[in-house]
Design a protein around this ligand. Structure first.
Ligand code: COA
Length: 214
């Protein structure tokens, strides 16, 4: 299994895997049935605006996992506000999704996390400017791929002199939390939950890690 930089031809596979793993490693189609809209929200910034910071795990030409990275979250927030979120709202209107309560909730969830990053939530952006999302296909988990993707990203950050990185995991995703803790990330903050259905609230845990030697 090869860990290599993301390339343009990987785009469709990364989008597909993002949709297949969006609900703590399972599909999110019960909440967001429109996969084009969901993939745009989850991955378009990374694949289209900062492709040089993403990685894939390549199993003989098949994408078995990916890491979507961003080296400078302050640049991300400007580009999200100007390019990604307006396009997502326009798409929701254009595709007739905007009236669906679950789509509005997802946009609110993204907006809440976006605003949190913009308004100086701990950890400080200057100390932890980078962030990442990592997902491995269901059949390929537990074999070290996720750890290799994150370690390679940390190496890239070290070379680029980026001092710290953050990740966001849902509070009910215990395997995801264990994974990041095992890799030296520590909990830095919680973004209060948003109700996605009557009996379910999602809270985001923000984890952070210094990049040694950066
Ligand atoms: C979380 C995820 C990226 C981990 O990738 P992976 O390739 O399965 O993990 P690895 O095999 O590299 O595991 C590295 C370490 O993380 C920990 N870990 C991994 N999966 C775990 C699990 N299910 N439960 C508890 N600890 C786990 C282990 O300590 C492991 O080290 P060890 O094998 O030496 O004990 C992957 O399981 C996944 O995509 N999950 C669904 C989506 C998700 O939750 N993404 C992360 C949040 S955005």
């Amino acid at each position: 299994m090869l860990i290599r930089p993301y390339e343009k031809p990987d785009r469709a596979a990364v989008r597909e895997l993002a949709c297949a793993t969006a609900d703590c490693g399972k599909p999110l189609d019960w909440l967001i049935p429109d996969s084009v809209f969901l993939a745009d929200i989850l991955t378009r910034y990374y694949t289209d605006l900062e492709p040089e910071s993403s990685l894939v795990a390549d199993a003989d030409g098949r994408v078995a996992g990916y890491l979507n990275g961003c080296r400078d979250t302050s640049l991300w927030r400007v580009r999200m506000a100007r390019r990604i979120l307006p396009a997502a709202v326009a798409m929701a209107l254009w595709r007739g999704l905007a009236w669906r309560p679950e789509i509005r909730r997802l946009l609110r969830l993204n907006w809440r996390e976006y605003s949190w990053h913009c308004h100086g939530g701990a950890p400080r952006l200057e100390a932890y400017p980078a962030h990442l999302h990592v997902n491995v296909a269901a059949g390929a988990r537990g074999g070290g791929l996720g750890a290799r993707l994150v370690e390679r990203f940390l190496d890239d950050l070290r070379l680029a002199g980026v001092p710290g990185v953050r990740a966001s995991v849902r509070a009910d995703n215990k395997p995801g939390l264990d994974f990041f803790r095992r890799l030296g990330f520590e909990e830095a903050a919680r973004i209060p939950g948003l109700r996605v259905r009557e009996d379910e609230k999602w809270t985001s845990v923000i984890l952070a890690r210094r990049v040694a030697g950066a």
